[in-house]
Design a protein around this ligand. Structure first.
Ligand code: EZ4
Ligand code: CO
Length: 405
């Protein structure tokens, strides 16, 4: 079953998505997501110039060997661009294997471990009341877990807050250069505890609450935040501090029992190693597109399982529905699955390009029973939404110092 053709598409149905399609000599095809928000064309070049020529004529059934060939076989390994390219090839080969076997991906991984995939959704508002109005509405829709983000008084924009934009697609919209945002840890601390105190008062205790710090705090500030928020019983605190220095989490852990989650930018199991084996985190949030595909996610999940760490894959709007589907299959299987981040299946244009049968019921996603990943990609419609250069923001402190967005 030889690989006959590999095509790379970049489409922008509101945000840019890099989609890989592998076609075998028997006419079976598989899809993969290779989107790295703000660096899309680097992945396209890596794929088209350095990956695709090596794979034409290879046996499409050899998923593991192909993964090793692309990872181990490159002298300069890893990094987001290479790993997104490997990820997309890997996802597409799993998709093909599922189609050949007439089985949905979760069945190939080991079968169902639960009734459905519990998700956490986002409530973000222009102030505490607005955030809690939105959270209340989501709770009434049946969601069991909600991430709360609220605008920080005194700062012009706050991470995760839509303001007057209708969704995350419109929020990123037309950004041919990176917008700049301002961060103040002091102003953040003046808001954050009140948000969760009010949230428990208004939403009660029968709902999981989460919060994303988005790497804005130093480790000791994260420890302080953890201690402040412990009493509000968060399911987890996301990206409290960067883990480039993974030992930072020893320090945070020494001070707080708040559950910790990190991993959405991790590129490999090595990025998880110290954190997981020392049980410094409670949830590992790696994404299939950025950590190296289904093969890498399965390895990370098993490594995490033996250290009592659960999985909680990234679910941002800059992961295409192909990656989201891969996550739903992994989540349906993984014995140590915790929760899935979920921001919907994209805007109308995205749902026109990527069709699937995933559905949301009672706060859980039901994965498609179609063979493979269960996503179809409309190549012709994609031509109507060409690539548009667009960036995530950069962040600065109030004195102009560049900071983590
Ligand atoms: O940082 O979409 O959990 N979700 C997030 C998102 C991501 C951006 C970039 O992938 O933190 O805001
Ligand atoms: Co996040």
């Amino acid at each position: 079953m030889k690989i006959e053709d590999i095509r790379v598409f970049v489409s922008c149905p509101g945000r840019n998505f890099v989609t890989v399609k592998i076609v075998t000599e028997d006419g079976v095809n598989g899809l993969g997501d290779a989107t790295v928000n703000g660096r899309e064309m680097a992945v396209v070049a890596y794929l088209e110039e350095h990956v695709v020529p090596c794979l034409i004529g290879r046996d499409a059934r050899m998923i593991e060997d192909t993964w090793q060939y692309l990872y181990r076989g490159a002298y300069w390994r890893g990094g987001p661009i290479a790993m997104a390219a490997i990820a997309a090839i890997d996802m597409a080969l799993w998709d093909i294997k599922g189609k050949v076997a007439s089985l949905p991906l979760y069945q190939l991984l080991g079968g169902r471990s639960r009734d459905g995939v519990t998700v956490y959704v986002h409530a973000n508002g222009t102030d505490v009341d607005d955030t809690l109005d939105k959270a209340d509405d989501l709770k009434n829709q049946g969601f069991k877990a909600i991430r709360l983000q609220s605008a920080i008084p005194g700062l012009p924009v706050t991470y995760g807050v839509l303001g007057d934009k209708k969704d995350y697609f419109e929020l990123q919209g037309n950004r041919p250069l990176p917008p700049e945002e301002i961060w103040s840890t002091q102003k953040y601390f003046s808001m954050i505890e009140g948000l969760f105190e009010a949230a428990r008062g208004r939403l009660g205790n029968d709902i999981h609450l989460l919060h994303d710090v988005h790497n804005r705090l130093t480790p000791i500030e994260s420890a302080r935040l953890g201690k402040l928020l412990e009493q509000y019983d968060l399911l987890f605190l996301e990206d409290a501090s960067l883990a480039e220095n993974q030992q930072s989490y020893d320090l945070i852990r020494a001070h707080t029992t708040i559950p910790l989650a990190i991993g959405e930018t991790f590129n490999s199991v090595w990025d998880c190693k110290h954190l997981v084996e020392n049980q410094l985190i409670d949830y590992i949030r790696a994404a299939s597109t950025h950590a190296g595909g289904v093969t890498a996610m399965r390895r990370i999940a098993d490594f995490a399982a033996i250290h009592n760490v659960k999985t909680a894959p990234h679910g941002a709007p800059d992961l295409s529905p192909v990656c989201i589907a891969a996550h739903m299959h992994l989540d349906t299987w993984a014995p140590n699955f915790g929760i899935q981040e979920f921001v919907g299946f994209g805007n109308d244009e995205t749902r026109q390009l990527f069709t699937h049968e995933m559905r949301i019921e009672d706060g859980m996603v039901q994965v498609s029973e179609a063979p493979g990943l269960g996503v179809e990609f409309d190549e012709d419609a994609a031509k109507e939404y060409p690539y548009k250069r667009s960036y995530l923001p950069v962040s600065r402190l109030e004195d102009g110092t560049l900071w983590n967005w």
